[in-house]
Design a protein around this ligand. Structure first.
Ligand SMILES: Nc1ncnc2c1ncn2[C@@H]1O[C@H](COP(=O)(O)OP(=O)(O)O)[C@@H](O)[C@H]1O
Ligand SMILES: [Mg+2]
Length: 398
């Protein structure tokens, strides 16, 4: 790695080797107990307690608190995800210490040495956590792209359906472990270990922030670009889009692109149907958030009480809430509505006009002007997405 050797093929072979190793690794209740949410929380807390002792010397001051906060939110809201990992027997007697220095690339394939032996329980890990260790180490060595590709290959060979957020979480966890070790070594008189510890801690914070599940409300009147923006945002961050227009028709048992236009508030647009629709949107969002997926809800969100219910869902699932209101002038939206073909939306210009008169003001939303190029609106929302977990103190992110 340091010499810049091409290790792509070796990493792919290694991903395959690890998937095969995990497939036949020991499993069972005693092993699974170490990979549960509360066991993970306890190990995190032990690590950050150590990090806290080195703030102001080795680490910038808010590091441990920032990590604790992000970890707590992730774990609190992800009960179903961690329960599923155990039910799916993803917790294995693994390697426990898969760092680059322990992998030997030979002509006939890679060999991995030096599994963790001083404490069995630390080797009982989620298989994804096991391989995330190497992904983290590759990132530390300056090649996060290789780390990502390695995990992609591993997922391909293992069929692991984990959400992106869990990958981020385990990479962060492994960086946290190494940050702690770096702090201890520094305290024992190894000056170089201090800079390493700070580097590892920054990796941990970065991944915890990236992996925080988001609940994004993309609202606005017809033709303001909600679906376009929702799709682009979801593509960029691997989130799931739930579209009100599609689900409304799904609930009514009709094809999403089949027109079902009706007078304002009539037919499938009757108020009871709309209530049902929002309840279903939030129900599906809750399932997804609990499993660590970020969710983009593409709906008009014109009624304040429904937004309040969504905000409550974000609180209940410890997810980052982002409220975006798409806006464009009436001429632009009318032109867009007129130009639609095969869109799941049935809204016409008169419907849009009526909606505007009944829409509640949305002071908590960030207005997104979509009259300009899509790329501009996407850049703006990308920045908002990245900042959703709150702005960290600059020093932690170095
Ligand atoms: N900045 C922009 N943001 C979003 N959509 C835009 C933008 N500029 C042009 N458009 C176009 O406007 C239309 C918006 O429609 P759509 O996303 O279906 O709106 P809505 O879902 O709010 O009804 C699309 O054809 C899209 O390509
Ligand atoms: Mg739409």
């Amino acid at each position: 790695m340091r010499r810049g050797a091409d290790v792509d093929a070796a990493l792919r072979a290694l991903a395959r080797l690890m998937a095969a190793f995990h497939a036949r690794a020991g499993r069972g209740p005693r092993i699974a107990a170490e990979g549960g949410r509360e066991a993970l929380r306890a190990r995190w807390l032990a690590n950050t307690a150590e990090l806290r002792l080195h703030e102001g010397t080795v680490l910038p001051a808010p590091t441990a608190g920032a990590i604790d906060r992000l970890v707590t939110r992730f774990l609190d809201g992800r009960g179903p995800l961690f329960a599923e990992r155990i039910d799916d027997e993803r917790i294995v007697d693994g390697h426990g210490d898969l760092i680059a220095a322990d992998v030997f690339c030979l002509d006939d394939g890679p060999r991995v040495l030096d599994c963790l032996e001083f404490d069995d329980r630390l080797r009982f890990v989620d298989a994804l956590d096991d391989v995330a260790f190497l992904a983290m180490d590759l990132e530390r060595l300056g090649r996060p792209d290789l780390g990502e590709r390695f995990l992609d290959s591993y997922v391909e060979f293992s069929g692991d359906p984990a959400p992106a957020s869990l990958r981020h979480h385990y990479i962060a966890y492994r960086a946290g472990v190494r940050a702690k070790v770096g702090c201890i070594r520094h305290a024992q008189g190894d000056p170089a270990a201090g800079a390493d510890a700070a580097h590892y801690a920054a990796i941990a914070v970065r991944h915890l922030r990236a992996g925080a599940p988001r609940l994004v409300l993309v609202g606005g009147l017809p033709g303001t670009g909600k679906s376009t923006l929702s799709g682009a945002l979801a593509d960029r961050f691997g989130a799931v889009v739930l579209s009100s227009d599609r689900i409304r028709k799904e609930l009514a048992g009709i094809d999403p692109t089949r027109p079902a236009g009706a007078a304002f508030g009539q037919g499938i647009y009757a108020p009871e149907r709309t209530e049902e629709l929002y309840a279903e949107l939030l129900h599906r969002a809750e399932q997804l958030l609990g499993r660590g997926e970020s969710v983009v809800l593409d709906a008009s969100w014109t009624a304040a009480p429904r937004r309040a219910t969504a905000a409550e869902l974000a609180r209940r699932t410890s997810s980052e809430l982002l409220q975006l209101e798409c806006r464009a002038d009436a001429g632009t939206t009318a032109r867009r509505i007129a130009a639609r073909h095969g869109d799941p939306s049935d809204a016409t210009v008169p419907v849009a006009t009526l909606m505007a008169t009944v829409a509640d003001p949305w002071p908590d939303a960030v207005p997104i002007d979509t009259a300009g190029p899509v790329g501009d609106a996407l850049e703006r929302t990308t920045a908002l997405w990245r900042d959703a977990p709150g702005r960290p103190a600059g020093a932690v992110l170095r």
